[in-house]
Design a binder for this molecule. Structure first.
Ligand code: FEO
Length: 397
């Protein structure tokens, strides 16, 4: 349990959660980290903290550098318990330390832990000196909770971004430069899609606030430290925050009971392929909804298929659509499709959940429903009809 030096007198002292596989519904197949950073200056400063069960790991790392009771200042950039569980334990050991956070941070920490710690409220533009270094604060509300903030150290050109720019990756490597870049970007995209996406408007503001800063290193609270590829990361965040989608990408997401809805899914794929639109087939029996969300970033067409089950839709499809709605991707073209036996309620339900402005609010193509098993001719007709509808819709765009 060794600390990792990231600059002279600045150390990573966080915890690695190798076993984490579920982060409130998000499949974290690579685990995660909770990053905390220790700055040795005239005021010994700890930025962020860890989940409660990794407290001992953090303390072991800190103790390899200093006696933890020497910590003067804690900068708490976020209230959520993956970053404050350890704080609650640490404060019993250093009750006189001052916690620097914003008004929402103070309120949230008090509501979580019912403790009257030594709080110092900061706002965007406030700075403190910790000796040779300055720490300035930028409030970043809703990236990811109302209390989030970034902390910037101009002397080191380091941005401590908490949830912003994170990725759920557990590793012994600490820096992006040490890890396969394509995997880091894929996990950063998945993290954005599953955590940050509903707050894209706020991310736009944060990117504007961060733009004038000279940044050599970004230290997030999850995953690897960005010591390289920062322009690429910023460009990707800009695309994601401004909802850049590609009219030539379609997702076909479905579950199937007796394979009729699946046959329809492949007929739908043919329609897109005939128009030169890239497709991805995502069977909900085999694909996790949080992985589908990564593909939702950037795809213009979101097609969802379900057979009718008990006058409703399959539970896998319902779970996906409700998860999708919560993450609130905008300006997509939707398609509802599926097979049924008699009642046929499934497709209208999907149509409503994707198209209604109070639900996902997508611009919908004509729904496609079929009773029982479509023949080869029926499937050809589905392809041809849909191809026409897609072409008309694209002309309207
Ligand atoms: Fe990593 Fe919003 O907590």
């Amino acid at each position: 349990m060794k600390p990792v030096k990231i600059r002279e007198n600045i150390y990573w002292v966080g915890g690695v959660d190798w076993d984490l596989r579920n982060f409130h519904g998000y499949l974290t197949q690579r685990g995660s980290t909770y990053n905390a950073y220790l700055i040795i200056d005239e005021k010994i400063t700890l930025i962020d903290n860890v989940k409660h069960y990794l407290y001992d790991e953090m303390i072991e790392r800190i103790s390899a550098i200093i006696d933890p009771s020497q910590i003067d200042i804690i900068v708490q950039n976020h209230v959520e318990m993956d970053h404050s569980g350890g704080l609650n334990i640490l404060m019993d050991r250093i009750p006189n330390a001052t916690i620097y956070t914003n008004a929402n941070g103070i309120k949230g920490l008090k509501l979580h832990y019912k403790k009257d710690w030594n709080f110092y409220e900061v706002k965007t533009g406030d700075s403190i000196s910790i000796g040779k270094r300055t720490l300035s604060f930028i409030q970043t509300p809703m990236v990811h909770w109302p209390d989030n903030q970034f902390t910037y150290c101009p002397e080191e050109k380091i941005l401590f971004s908490n949830d912003g720019f994170g990725q759920h990756i557990a590793s012994s490597e600490r820096f992006v430069s040490e890890y396969p870049f394509s995997i880091v970007m894929e996990e950063a995209k998945k993290y954005y899609a599953n955590i940050v996406l509903p707050y894209s408007k706020q991310v736009q503001k944060v990117l504007d606030l961060a733009a004038p800063l000279a940044i050599d290193m970004i230290c997030p609270s999850h995953g690897l430290i960005w010591d390289t590829y920062i322009p690429e990361l910023m460009a990707a965040y800009k695309d994601w925050a401004y909802n850049v989608t590609d009219k030539h990408r379609a997702l076909i997401i479905y579950d199937t009971m007796w394979k009729s809805t699946e046959k329809m899914a492949y007929a739908i794929q043919n329609a897109f392929e005939n128009l030169g639109i890239h497709t991805k087939m995502l069977n909900l029996q085999f694909t996790h909804i949080s992985d589908i969300m990564t593909d939702v970033i950037g795809a213009k067409f979101i097609c969802v298929g379900s057979p009718t089950l008990n006058s409703s839709i399959l539970p896998t499809v319902a779970a996906f659509i409700y998860y999708l709605k919560g993450l609130s991707p905008k300006d997509r073209i939707g398609l509802a499709f599926g097979s049924h036996g008699w009642g046929g309620q499934g497709v209208p339900i999907v149509q409503h959940l994707l198209g209604d402005p109070k639900e996902c609010g997508f611009d919908m193509l004509e729904p496609i429903k079929y009773q029982y098993i479509p023949s080869d001719e029926d499937l050809k007709a589905i392809t041809e009809q849909l191809q026409n509808n897609i072409s008309i819709k694209l002309e309207e765009q």
